[in-house]
Design a protein around this ligand. Structure first.
Ligand code: MRU
Length: 363
């Protein structure tokens, strides 16, 4: 998507054809910084410390990490070791494992001297595929927005979203935001309620920045406001992303998603989840029992980042020094609370049957 007049993806191959460049998301919305990364250790840090984040982008970044490794040592042992190193960086988003598996599956049959070139080619393809998948998700989600718009002619469609499942979380377009961008392009009046998404504020910092950058009318709300707005008829639909959706349609996403789904169900607000097929974990059925939930540093809860009045980016403490904090980063929304899964192939029911019908080759 554009930043100012210029089109950016979130990750691209550097001019040296070996390193990658990324938008360093830790500084948004206050500063737009680009980092060049040319080592596997650098890639691991960028994923773990959330310079890049969002399930699809984590996967693509890891794919380039494998490619960088192949320029140094392309042996089977090195391929397995880079898989392990990068897989450990963030445990919940399944796109990470998907991309690492895909790279290893593609490279293993090749002679080591051919692996580096093949790895960069495959990583670039995975990045391009992500853009195509998101564009298709956008079209399928747009049809839903159009249906809602048709029921309230001349009025605005109000959409609530949680966290950032926007273009910053993918290579381009985003998942939850793709239908929103296409609706805006199509001239459908939409307005987005952006959950701030504590503790790291991906909504306040990233989704709000995206919406502002693309002229999408939006309002930032605290995480606790969604239920109240739904009770008052202010939300027409919820669209969120997901880090891992099980074969049964249980949806793991940023902490707080489950509460939004409960409020949506209680108020008959449709609750949609936008996802590309690499986010489906076909090996897992019961999301609550089987998905590892990342526990992040307690400092993310006790301290918040922001820009001070004199323009500095700084951290402040919001709780007493002695108060411990817990920081589970994701939760699981049971399939029964999900109205539909917006995939690249169409909108699936959040159930084993629904997903099988959409992806018969996986059944
Ligand atoms: O911890 P993050 O910022 O990586 O979490 C991101 C999310 O929860 C997104 O909603 C999810 O990855 C879907 S991104 C298209």
């Amino acid at each position: 998507m554009n930043v100012g007049e210029r089109h950016y993806r979130t990750i691209w191959l550097s001019d040296d054809k070996r390193s990658v460049e990324i938008i360093d998301q830790r500084w948004l919305p206050h500063e737009f910084r680009i980092e060049k990364i040319g080592t596997v250790a650098g890639i691991a840090t960028a994923i773990r410390d959330m310079w890049v984040r969002g399930a699809p982008l984590i996967g693509v970044t890891a794919a380039y990490g494998v490619a960088i490794q192949m320029t140094e040592d392309a042996s089977d042992e090195a391929l397995d070791a880079v898989w392990e190193t990068l897989h450990k960086t963030r445990p919940t988003a399944i796109n990470l494992r998907w991309a690492l598996d895909e790279m290893r599956r593609h490279l293993k049959p090749l002679a080591p001297e051919r692996r580096a070139e093949a790895a960069y080619r495959r990583a670039a393809e995975i990045a391009d595929e992500d853009v195509g998948l998101n564009r298709a998700i956008g079209e399928n989600g747009l049809a839903i927005i159009k249906e809602i718009a048709a029921k309230k002619p001349g009025e605005t469609v109000n959409i609530l979203t949680h966290c950032n499942a926007g273009w910053l979380a993918t290579v381009d377009y985003g998942t939850a935001t793709a239908p929103i961008y296409l609706a805006t392009e199509a001239g459908i009046p939409v307005h987005v309620y952006v959950d701030e998404t504590r503790p790291r504020n991906q909504g306040a910092q990233l989704t709000a920045w995206e919406m502002a950058g693309h002229g999408v009318p939006h309002t930032l709300i605290v995480d606790n406001a969604g239920g109240h707005l739904m009770q008052h008829g202010d939300i027409d639909m919820v669209i969120v992303g997901t880090d891992r959706t099980t074969a049964n349609g249980d949806v793991c996403n940023k902490i707080g998603t489950y509460l939004k789904a409960l409020a949506a169900a209680d108020n008959d607000v449709p609750f949609y989840v936008a996802l590309p097929s690499p986010t489906i974990d076909w090996t897992v059925a019961d999301g609550l029992a089987e998905i590892p939930i990342e526990e992040r540093a307690s400092d993310e809860v006790s301290l918040v980042w922001g820009r001070t009045a004199d323009g500095k980016i700084a951290q402040v403490r919001v709780s007493p020094d002695a108060t411990p904090a817990a920081n589970p980063a994701f939760d699981v929304t049971p399939a029964r609370l999900v109205t539909g899964l917006i995939t690249e192939r169409g909108v699936a029911k959040a159930s084993r049957e629904g997903l099988k019908a959409m992806f018969p080759e996986r059944g």
